[in-house]
Every structure is written in structure tokens, then in C-alpha cells.
Design a protein around this ligand. Structure first.
Ligand code: MG
Ligand code: ZN
Length: 233
């Protein structure tokens, strides 16, 4: 294959686009799980096990978990996440790499705006490149809102923030679609894309389904692979 790429291009068959999970991927751990464990509202563990066991959709489960909190706890919950969440090494460098190479970078998260937006604020990602769920603190309990629900083609139908709906806007024949993630919110998207950078449960799932994936630890690992056109080394 001829390669007349300049230094500004990368060695992919089609222009790459990145879809990156937030909880447990950009951050070191899952913020929703951390909040539930810390504040321990009665009933959250049953909801989680129902989600994991497939008895409850992510959308319903996440909505129910946050409804366990009174809206008056907004600041306390937000402060807890902002002070405990750590950002995975290499994240600013990956964003810079994407800028330098004209590679679109999207945050695709099943998490909630009230903690994602302040945590991402230092990194200058355009607001229309961040897909997550919303929140409403005007009632008694925290109410999660769903500005990016599943399209008709989503097999899940109740993702909350639907990653496959976002991914489908970038047709396979035009883009080399890359998903970065770690867990259950990434499972459906992983089946659609050309390459997965995986951690944790998502690695297990990719192995189980035979999906093309590269396990990673830091975003520096991902940059190294992207430099080589996604080829493992
Ligand atoms: Mg995650
Ligand atoms: Zn969906």
C-alpha cells in the first residue's frame, strides 16, 4: 500500500474518530459506584446487581440510584467526586495528539453532567464533543435526564446516553471508529467499532466476543498504538 501521508496524518485505512468513556476510563475509577459506596443510600446495591444481571436497563437503574439522593445533597455529592476522582495519566497528551493529527475526540459517557463537566473543564474539550446524561435538582430527589437516548437501531433500547447512537453518526465506510472504555456502558459500542482500547470488564467482553481490542493502562499506551495505526506492538 502506498503511503504518501505527511507527518500530520496517521496510518489508518480511513480517518480515525475516537469515542472515549468517562467513568473508569478518563477517571481512574467509576464515579457513580464511588458515590454509591461512600454515601451508601439504602437499595443501591440491589439496583447495581439488577443492572449487571440484565434485569434492569442502565437507564432505569442509573435513574433509580440517583433518585435515592435528595436534591439538597447536590453540592455534597459533587464535592465528593471532584475531590476523589483522579484523571488517568496521559489524558491531556492524548487530547493534544488528537488536535495535532486532526482526529476528532468525543467523550461518550453514561455518567452525569454535574460531575463530568467540572472534571473535564480544565481540558478544553468543546461542549458539543461531550455526550453524557443530564441532571435536574429542582425536585425532592435528584432526577437524571436523558438528552441522548437510543435511536431505533440500538439493540439495548434503554442505554440512557446511547453510545451506539453517537457512533452510528460516523459511518463505518468513512471513518475508522475507535472506542476507549472499561465496562458495561461500552459493551454495545464495542461491537460496532473497528478497534477497542479496553480495560477491565470490557477486555473480558472483547475476548469473549472475539472483538479487535488492545488492552491499555494509560493514555500514553493509546497514543503509542495510534502512532502506529492502531497496530499492537
Ligand atoms: Mg466506564
Ligand atoms: Zn442505546
Amino acid at each position: 500500500m502506498s503511503n504518501d501521508n505527511t507527518n500530520s496524518k496517521v496510518a489508518f485505512p480511513r480517518p480515525p474518530v475516537l469515542f472515549c468513556d468517562f467513568d473508569g476510563t478518563i477517571t481512574l475509577s467509576d464515579n457513580i459506584v464511588a458515590v454509591m459506596k461512600h454515601f451508601n443510600p439504602p437499595g443501591w446495591e440491589t439496583i447495581v446487581s439488577d443492572i449487571v444481571g440484565g434485569r434492569k436497563s442502565l437507564q432505569v437503574g442509573v435513574g433509580e440510584m440517583f433518585a435515592l439522593f435528595p436534591s439538597s445533597m447536590k453540592q455534597e455529592v459533587t464535592d465528593y467526586i471532584l475531590t476523589t476522582a483522579g484523571i488517568r495519566a496521559g489524558f491531556p497528551e492524548l487530547l493534544q495528539w488528537c488536535k495535532d493529527h486532526d482526529v476528532p475526540f468525543y467523550v461518550t459517557s453514561g455518567g452525569i453532567d454535574f460531575f463530568i463537566e467540572p472534571l473535564l473543564a480544565p481540558f478544553g474539550i468543546p461542549a458539543d464533543h461531550i455526550y453524557c446524561n443530564g441532571s435536574d435538582f429542582s425536585g425532592d430527589g435528584i432526577r437524571i435526564t436523558w438528552p441522548h437516548e437510543c435511536d431505533d437501531e440500538c439493540a439495548n433500547g434503554a442505554c440512557g446516553m446511547c453510545k451506539t447512537t453517537v457512533i452510528r453518526r460516523f459511518p463505518r465506510d468513512e471513518y475508522f471508529r475507535i472506542l476507549i472504555g472499561d465496562s458495561i456502558t461500552d459493551f454495545e459500542g464495542a461491537k460496532l467499532v473497528d478497534l477497542v482500547f479496553s480495560r477491565s470488564h470490557l477486555t473480558d467482553r472483547c475476548i469473549e466476543l472475539g472483538l479487535p481490542h488492545i488492552p491499555f493502562d494509560t493514555f500514553h499506551d493509546i497514543i503509542r498504538h495510534l502512532e502506529q495505526g492502531g497496530i499492537s506492538s
